[in-house]
Design a protein around this ligand. Structure first.
Ligand code: ATP
Ligand code: MG
Length: 414
């Protein structure tokens, strides 16, 4: 679980603002959800035989002996909120949220125990139009953030019916080679054979490569949905590849699944992943509602932004006020408030704790501010202030105190 220090946080903010803006430009509304849910919300939604539920959840009993879990992902809580607040009755919802998720994983680059996700979910939409739009949204976001090495992989798991038939094919195949399966896969064979395809064990890859693929077993409805998605992605000029082995680690998916992956971050290359979960609302106690969504890992996104040459977020104040002497400091407090009044979004840092002109100017420089406002006895007596550019070689100028805000505003606009 990482501390996100100020320099990093500034870049996070910059990236997050772009993500928020992009998501909202597609008509999604923000929802804020609890970080704790009853454990069974996740157990039922994600599925008992998944990495998350089997070994990654932070669960504990509260004082009432009820099992609670720090959310490992966003969809289950979103659906639970949709049901408990009646958001899904005869209405459609396009919702987004962002925040920390918790999984007991082996920490490594790009994989942490507290990490952050943007979650976008559309409930009440059958697709494939919304399926395509959710991916088009991502493509726009990459463009805005200047990310290049991202590619889209899509697959279909078929309708629930179709998925069940394919499951049967898989059980047949893997049962015949059962002696070569690893322990995890043997356990999954009975309960959730699709998950075998998601195994990261290198020894399993040869068997997985030879397993039947869903795309050879699609029924008419599943194929139509998938073809519709591909058509719309092509129409929107969003390149993709079909990866028939993409199954995703969570149980609730059907039809469309997809991942945006990059080769720029080493082995943790999935930046955004999602899919359709038409059965989940009903499974959690609501009325059957088609739905689809994606989750984007903020750590991986920010890292990719940085490796793509994205500029760092700005931490530095615009103006640092240097004020030597008691009268000058009183004047400095006033000046700082006037600047904050008159110039929207300006960042002003007032020198606190006194010090000589020289030491205050050193702090001003270190703060990264673009300008220092210099106030001394002389300036105060003459109702003036010194305005000193700190980042270029222009000379310090003297301005009337009343004109200070305007002088700074004009320079910041440049
Ligand atoms: P992986 O195969 O990498 O374990 P996953 O299938 O468990 O991923 P999802 O549950 O689909 O991941 O989460 C969506 C996104 O959240 C991932 O694509 C990734 O960007 C991010 N993510 C997932 N787990 C972590 C983690 N432990 N640390 C950082 N980011 C993560
Ligand atoms: Mg995982």
């Amino acid at each position: 679980m990482n501390d996100i220090l100020p320099d990093a946080a500034a870049t996070w903010r910059l990236v997050e603002d772009v993500v928020r803006g992009t998501i909202e430009s597609y008509g999604y509304r923000e929802i804020r959800l609890p970080i704790l849910e009853r454990t069974d919300v996740f157990a039922r939604a994600i599925g008992e035989v998944t990495d998350i539920v089997e070994k990654e959840m932070y669960s504990f009993k509260d004082r009432n002996d009820e099992s609670l879990t720090l959310r490992p992902e966003g969809t289950a809580g979103m659906v639970r909120a949709g049901i408990t607040n009646g958001l899904l009755h005869n209405q459609r919802q396009k919702l987004w949220t962002v925040g920390p998720m918790f999984r007991y994983e082996k920490p490594q680059k790009g994989r942490y125990r507290q990490f952050h996700q943007f979650d976008v979910e559309a409930m009440g939409y059958e697709g494939p139009d919304i399926d395509a739009e959710l991916m088009i949204l991502c493509a726009r976001l990459w463009e805005k953030l200047g990310l290049k090495r991202l590619s889209l992989e899509i697959n279909t798991l078929g309708t629930q019916d179709n998925r069940a038939k394919y499951r049967h094919e898989l059980v047949k195949y893997f049962s015949a080679v059962k002696s070569q399966l690893d322990e995890d896969s043997i356990r999954r064979l009975e309960k959730n054979p699709l998950r075998i395809l998601d195994s990261k064990n290198p020894d399993m890859q040869r068997l997985i490569a030879a397993a039947p693929v869903i795309t050879d077993h699609l029924d008419v409805e599943s194929r139509a949905h998938f073809d519709g998605l591909k058509l719309l992605l092509n129409a929107a000029d969003v390149p993709f590849t079909v990866n028939p082995r993409l199954v995703r680690g969570l149980d609730y998916y059907n039809l469309t699944v997809f991942e945006w992956i990059t080769d720029a971050l080493g082995s943790q290359g999935a930046v955004c992943a999602g899919g359709r979960y038409d059965g989940l609302v009903e499974k959690l106690g609501g009325k059957a509602t088609p739905a689809i969504g994606w989750a984007m890992g903020v750590e991986r996104l920010v890292e990719l932004y940085e490796t793509s040459g994205g500029k760092a977020g700005v931490l530095a104040p615009d103006v640092y006020i240097v004020a030597a002497g008691d009268d000058a400091f009183s004047c400095g407090i006033k000046a700082a408030e006037i600047l904050r009044d008159r110039i929207p979004e300006i960042k002003v840092e007032l020198n606190l704790g006194g010090g000589s002109f020289k030491s205050q100017l050193k702090r001003a420089d270190k703060s990264g501010a673009a300008y220092a406002v210099v106030l001394g006895e002389e300036e105060v007596a003459g109702n003036r202030a010194g305005l000193k550019p700190l980042r270029d070689r222009e000379p310090q100028v003297d301005v009337e105190f009343d004109e200070l805000a305007e002088a700074i505003a004009a320079r910041l606009r440049k």
